[in-house]
Write a protein that binds this ligand. Structure first.
Ligand code: HDD
Length: 686
């Protein structure tokens, strides 16, 4: 993709007008100790520009990170859609993807409990197509007219602007408890999906039912899914809270570093296709964005892959100025009457006008289509294009250009799907939108035991932050319609009496919803291992484990009390990658402590090292301790019967005495990393 980039032919400083400037450190003044002169145009221009550097942040999804890449289909989908970018196996379409949190402002922490945005701009040959989705397949509300209410409720409270990033406060739960259609989404929000380990390890969903349209005008309902190759993995809540302080840029940094390292994140695009004649064959409404189509009911058909392989060069110019819009569709993709989608189709264009300062934002490089643009839109703030000739239609003086596309038929022209509509004007929702609990229950039923535990803890945490007793009670009351055990466990945590539960909403479950079944392939790739060392460490072990793990794509970093090198037992040194005080166990996926009596003694006497090991244990991460290093587990006061017992390996504690081959241990560690966490380990912090 070509776009304008600042690349001057000389390195001299200039003004906006290109005049070379001799000094930008001293303003022009009357005498060295005198007043600054107004005539200093460089000083005035520099400060004025600085004063205007900020633009309004996005009203939601303000904090984000983006990257470029490409999408390529596995096979032609022309049986269902005439979309050019889906027409041919292997045809690469450039993309820009922006991931985001929803609630917090631009400077908020990455690892808060929140929905994550997953917005993709496809620069197709037939114009830009934006798939503006989230990492959860449903939404809080059914009708866009409720969006301002929902956002006002979840955002920081107006009197004091708290909390920053997150939903654990009164106004959100007041709204949610009064609006039962939020219930299904609340289950997702309280689940581990709301604290992803990495943007690279989360699913994406188009959420709405869209429509594929063929060249001859035939429609098929479609739901879009992004599936990460690395699997779907999350942090645990305690870890997420610590990470928010240790590295507020946790997810952003992870994406950036993976791409810089050439470990390009990859997702598979999948579609659920529903023939038009099956529109009413579900026990929910396809137009209701608070519902999924369970994958067991309509399988997800893989159609192509997305690879992100290039970081932006300038965050503001690209990631901040990128403007997505649900109504940016291309021939072959159309809308349905989902009332949430219909409202979004108004909101996104409107918001860019204020955010990007006028109607010409599609001329900003990151938003510019690769397809030719040819119309009679003129003027406006920030116009970048010098349009010659006529500016109206029809015209004869301009040769009739631009002319209606495809007047005589032909491909590549957007034609709205000829859906038949009739109805009375009415402010009412269809009765088919009224069941708010069955799919919330389906989600709960589909969770593994540890996932349910996390959901209960999350409800307890969030509602525990709510001051209003009636709001807490009302919310627990709503949960009785989902599951009695859930409602009782949450009530118990809040010190409320066990509520009376509604019997058997549904016993249905969907295994595809549990992260237990979404581990990915070779999921140890790009995971981070911390190797804790001190003087007297076993350098041979460090080297062989590093080699073996690096071969499996694991990123190995050696940590010691200070930067530099540590002397190894029997001579030589081990190079230190990071000083312990600058890092924390929450920034790694697993910990390894090599053998060496002297080193282990030093680490056991180092509070940061002991805490490192303890925290990794409490967050369920794989721990590998070689030989004498088991003493560090004792120093960290970890339960001896678990960490040193016969079943230790089942809990992800890998021990080996000095003679065991480090290679075997490395292999076991890779397998443990592929499991991600050991959620049944005793003594975990959730
Ligand atoms: Fe939205 C941004 C996703 C409902 C109005 N939304 C925004 C972004 C994502 C989503 C990923 C960030 C795009 C970026 O990175 O720039 N929004 C969703 C999903 C929804 C949804 C998946 C439901 C299925 N949104 C929704 C509704 C409305 C909006 C119902 C309004 C009626 N959304 C906006 C917005 C934003 C936005 C105000 C803020 C900044 C922007 O658009 O560019 O227009």
């Amino acid at each position: 993709m070509t776009c304008f980039r600042a690349a001057p032919e000389h390195d001299a400083l200039t003004t906006d007008q290109g005049v070379r400037v001799d000094d930008t450190d001293n303003a022009l003044r009357a005498g060295t100790r005198g007043p600054t002169l107004l005539e200093d145009f460089h000083n005035r221009e520099k400060i004025t520009h600085f004063d205007h550097e900020r633009i309004p942040e996005r009203v939601v999804h303000a904090r984000g990170a983006g990257a470029y890449g490409y999408f390529e289909p596995y096979a032609s989908l022309s049986e269902y859609t005439c979309a050019d970018f889906l027409a041919e196996a292997g045809r690469r379409t450039p993309v820009f993807v922006r991931f985001s949190t929803v609630q917090g402002p631009r400077g908020s922490a990455d690892t808060v409990r929140d929905v994550r945005g997953f917005a993709t701009k496809f620069y197709t040959r037939e114009g830009n197509y934006d798939l503006v989705g989230n990492n959860m397949p449903v939404f809080f509300i059914q009708d866009a007219v409720k969006f301002p209410d929902f956002v006002h409720a979840v955002k920081m409270e107006p009197q004091h602007e708290m909390p920053t990033g997150g939903s654990a406060h009164d106004t959100f739960w007041d709204f949610a408890s009064l609006q039962p259609e939020t219930t299904h989404m609340l289950m997702w929000l309280m689940s581990d999906r709301a604290i992803p380990r990495s943007f690279r390890m989360m699913q994406g969903f188009g959420v709405h039912t869209f429509r594929f349209v063929t060249a001859d005008g035939r429609g098929t309902f479609v739901k879009f899914h992004w599936k990460p190759l690395l699997g779907v993995h999350s942090l645990v809540w305690d870890e997420a809270q610590i990470a928010a302080g240790r590295d507020p840029d946790f997810n952003r940094r992870d994406l950036w570093e993976a791409i810089e390292a050439g470990s390009y994140p990859e997702w598979e695009l999948g579609v659920q296709l529903v023939p038009e004649e099956d529109e009413f064959s579900f026990d929910f409404d396809l137009l209701d964005a608070t519902k999924i189509i369970p994958e067991e009911q309509v399988p997800v058909r893989p159609v192509g892959r997305l690879v992100l392989n290039r970081n932006p060069q300038n965050f503001f110019a690209e990631t901040e100025q990128v403007a997505f819009h649900t109504a940016n569709v291309v021939p072959g993709i159309d809308f349905t009457n989902d009332p949430l989608l219909q409202g979004r189709n108004f909101s996104y264009l409107d918001t860019q006008l204020i955010r990007l300062g006028g109607p010409n934002f599609s001329q900003i490089p990151v938003n510019r289509p690769l397809a030719d643009v040819n119309h009679n839109h003129r003027d406006g703030y920030g116009q970048q294009i010098i349009h010659p000739g006529t500016n109206y239609f029809p015209n004869s003086l301009g040769g009739g250009c631009p002319a209606h596309a495809g007047a005589g038929g032909g491909p590549g022209v957007f034609r709205h799907y000829a859906e038949r509509v009739e109805g009375q004007k009415i402010r009412e929702r269809s009765p088919s939108f009224q069941d708010h609990y069955s799919q919330a229950a389906l989600f709960w039923n589909s969770m593994a035991e540890w996932e349910r535990r996390h959901i209960v803890e999350a409800f307890r945490f969030e509602l525990g932050k709510v001051e209003s007793g009636p709001v807490r009670e009302r919310m627990v009351g709503n949960l009785t319609h989902v599951n009695g055990d859930l409602a009782a466990a949450v009530a118990d945590g809040l010190g409320l009496p066990a509520p009376e539960a509604e019997a058997g909403i549904t016993a249905a479950s969907s295994p595809a919803l549990s992260q237990e079944n979404l581990r990915g392939e070779n999921a140890a790739r790009t995971r981070k291992l911390a190797v804790l060392v001190a003087a007297g460490t076993d350098a041979g072990q460090v080297a062989s484990v590093r080699e073996r793990l690096t071969d499996s794509g694991v990123l190995v970093e050696v940590l010691a009390a200070k930067d530099g090198e540590v002397p190894a037992v029997g001579g030589g040194t081990v190079k230190v990658d990071r000083a312990l005080p600058t890092m924390a166990s929450v920034l790694y996926d697993a910990v390894l402590v090599p053998d060496g009596a002297e080193a282990v003694n030093a680490l056991a006497a180092e509070p940061a090292a002991v805490r490192f090991v303890e925290e990794a244990y409490r967050h369920g991460k794989p721990l590998a301790v070689l030989g004498e290093a088991t003493r560090l587990l004792t120093a960290a006061k970890l339960p001896g019967d678990v960490v040193l017992g016969e079943a230790a390996a089942e809990y992800g504690i890998l021990t080996a005495n000095g003679t065991a081959a480090p290679g075997e241990l490395a292999d076991a560690l890779v397998q443990a990393l592929e499991q991600h966490r050991f959620p049944y380990r005793p003594g975990l912090l959730n």
